[in-house]
Ligand binder design. Sequence first.
Ligand SMILES: Nc1nc2c(ncn2[C@@H]2O[C@H](COP(=O)(O)OP(=O)(O)O)[C@@H](O)[C@H]2O)c(=O)[nH]1
Ligand SMILES: [Mg+2]
Length: 293
Amino acid sequence: MIPALLTVGGFLGAGKTTLIAAAAGILVRRGLRVVVVTNDQAPELVDTAIIELAGVPAAEVAGACFCCAFPDFAAKTRVLLERHAPDVVLAEPVGSCVDIAATVLRPLAQQMGDVLRVAPFTVVVDPAALREIEAGSMDPATAYIYRLQIREADVLLLNKCDREPHPDLAEAELAARSPAATILRASATTGQGIEAWLDAALAAADGGTRRIDVDYDTYAAGEAALGWLNATVELSGGGWEDALRRLMDGIHLSGIAHLKCLLRSGGLVLAANRVTGRMDVELRRLADGPATE
Ligand SMILES: Nc1nc2c(ncn2[C@@H]2O[C@H](COP(=O)(O)OP(=O)(O)O)[C@@H](O)[C@H]2O)c(=O)[nH]1
Ligand SMILES: [Mg+2]
């Protein structure tokens, strides 16, 4: 069977990496081989570290989105195919990226259709962020990107349903915006709905065929309205959970799409996030070994 490329898009902080790590775990338990391609604006990605900590081989396309770095994406995918002979390649494009079907998935199907089949393009949606966009509190050009991402999806995965009080409203909103898409509900953190999504996505072929018209000036303005900060800092001390919380809380910006941080101390690895629509710091332990000072 030709391996499937399952691309998981969606806005910054929607839960793509969490979903991919959970899905990879499920697929491995099913006896399948899985690899992941991550993507962000800077090297040494937090996402890559999270996937590798889950024990899954990963390659990263850094410094540009999959569409702008298509040859790199195709080359890294080929290397993973040759090295690991996977059954499924999971790919996460940058959260501010759109027009992925036209610029990545269809060219890939043409160039590598003999070694890879393109599964339905899934776009993950955080209902709290969707509400914020509907309320008009996001930069209009950035909101344009968000809405196009929804229209481009073959499958819309309404995520974070474990804490969403109004999933029906969010689902109706998505159905109105993208009537032809398959809409599914999930929680990447509890695992709810992920098996059903995988079954649906991996059974189908010919993903990424939906066509959208993109105004590239507005798209560029929407990306330009987002700032990027990539930093590595060395700390000494202890009480790392508290320190990380205070560090994340102490960053004051007029708006945050997705602030993420990985803290390593000895065998301890912590991940912390703040995302659109919910500004409190979420902290997870990715590895639980003894910390150093
Ligand atoms: N409650 C809840 N939080 C989630 C869920 N999925 C992701 N998150 C959290 O959302 C934040 C961003 O997740 P991440 O996977 O990094 O988002 P990405 O930017 O789309 O890759 C993290 O704090 C995750 O723990 C979910 O299903 N439920
Ligand atoms: Mg991510």
